[in-house]
Design a binder for this molecule. Structure first.
Ligand SMILES: Nc1nc2c(ncn2[C@@H]2O[C@H](COP(=O)(O)OP(=O)(O)O)[C@@H](O)[C@H]2O)c(=O)[nH]1
Ligand SMILES: [Mg+2]
Length: 273
C-alpha cells in the first residue's frame, strides 16, 4: 500500500496544481469560504493550504456525512471548532433541511464582512468530500443571479442563497493532505483518493488492523474474507479473488452498511487522537 500511495503523494501536487491556482484566484474575489470536510476524517480531510490562500476570509467548515460518522465524535469535533473560534456545522448533505443550517451560518459570517451589495461565497474541499452535493442542496431552492455586473468572472454562475448572499456554482478543488500512512488509508477508504490509485485490499487491511485497536467497534465489522463469504464472492478456500470483494467492501463501508464509523477524534491540539 505504501508504494502505491506514495505515488499519489507525487501525483496529487502535479495534478492539482492548476486546480489550486484557480482556487486561489477565485478566493480573491469572494467574501466567505465554505470548506467541505468528511465528518469521519476532519483532520486528514481538511486542506493544509487553505489557511494560507484564504487571505483571512471568514470560513465555515461543513462536516458532511454526519449520517455516517459517530454522533458523539461529531459533537466533540463541533465543540473543538467552537473552542478555537472556527464556525462549523455537521450535516447530511443529501438532506434538503441541511440548507437552513448552512445558509444561516453563512449569512451570519458574511455580515462580518463589508456590508455593501452582495456577499459572495465559494465551496471548496478535497476530492469527493461532498462539495457538489452541498452546492446542489444550497442552489436547488435558490435563484440564479444572472445580472451581468462588472467584476464577475466569465463562465461562473452565481446563485442567490440568501437575500444578500450569493454562492458560486462551481467548487474549488483542494489537494488532500497525505501526511502519514494513517491519513493515506483513511483518505483512500473514505473516497478521497481515486479507486484506481490505491490497492483496496491493503487499505482494508490497514482498516481492519485499526479496528482491532478500537475494540468498541471490532466484532461488528467483518474483515474482507468474512465479507466476501457473506456476499458469496469468495467461497471457503478461494481467497484469491478478494480484489473485487474489496471494492464492494469499501462501497459497503461508505454506504453505511457497517454502521457509523468516525476515523478521527479531536485531541486538544486538533490532531487525530
Ligand atoms: N451519506 C452521505 N453521502 C454523502 C453526503 N454528502 C455527499 N455524499 C455522497 O458522497 C459522494 C461524493 O459527493 P460529491 O458531492 O460528488 O463530492 P465532491 O467530489 O466533493 O463534489 C456522492 O455519492 C454523494 O452522494 C452526506 O452527507 N452523506
Ligand atoms: Mg463534485
Amino acid at each position: 500500500m505504501s508504494a502505491q500511495l506514495d505515488r499519489h503523494i507525487q501525483w496529487y501536487p502535479g495534478h492539482m496544481a492548476a486546480a489550486m491556482r484557480r482556487v486561489e484566484q477565485l478566493i480573491a474575489m469572494i467574501d466567505v469560504i465554505v470548506e467541505v470536510v468528511d465528518a469521519r476524517v476532519p483532520h486528514s480531510g481538511m486542506s493544509p493550504v487553505l489557511k494560507r490562500i484564504s487571505e483571512r476570509r471568514p470560513r465555515l467548515i461543513v462536516l458532511t456525512r454526519d449520517d455516517l460518522a459517530e454522533p458523539q465524535t461529531t459533537v466533540k469535533w463541533l465543540m473543538y471548532f467552537e473552542r478555537i473560534g472556527q464556525s462549523a456545522v455537521a450535516i447530511n448533505a443529501k438532506e434538503s433541511k441541511s440548507v437552513k443550517k448552512i445558509a444561516a451560518e453563512l449569512q451570519r459570517l458574511a455580515k462580518t464582512r463589508r456590508s455593501e451589495t452582495q456577499q459572495r461565497a465559494i465551496v471548496v474541499g478535497i476530492p469527493n468530500s461532498g462539495k457538489s452535493t452541498v452546492i446542489n442542496v444550497l442552489c436547488r431552492r435558490a435563484v440564479a443571479a444572472t445580472e451581468n455586473r462588472p467584476g464577475r468572472t466569465r463562465g461562473v454562475q452565481w446563485f442567490r442563497i440568501e437575500p444578500s448572499l450569493e454562492l458560486m456554482d462551481t467548487p474549488g478543488i483542494l489537494a488532500p493532505k497525505i501526511e502519514s500512512k494513517q491519513s493515506q488509508w483513511m483518505l483512500a477508504i473514505t473516497g478521497a483518493i481515486p479507486p484506481q490509485r490505491y490497492d483496496p485490499e491493503e487499505a482494508i487491511a490497514h482498516f481492519t488492523a485499526w479496528l482491532k485497536r478500537h475494540p468498541a467497534r471490532d466484532g461488528k465489522i467483518p474483515d474482507l474474507s468474512e465479507f466476501a463469504r457473506s456476499r458469496g464472492m469468495a467461497p471457503r478456500g478461494s481467497e484469491g479473488n478478494l480484489h473485487n470483494a474489496a471494492r464492494s467492501y469499501i462501497k459497503a463501508l461508505n454506504d453505511g452498511t457497517f454502521g457509523r464509523i468516525s476515523f478521527e477524534a479531536p485531541a486538544d491540539d486538533g490532531k487525530a487522537a
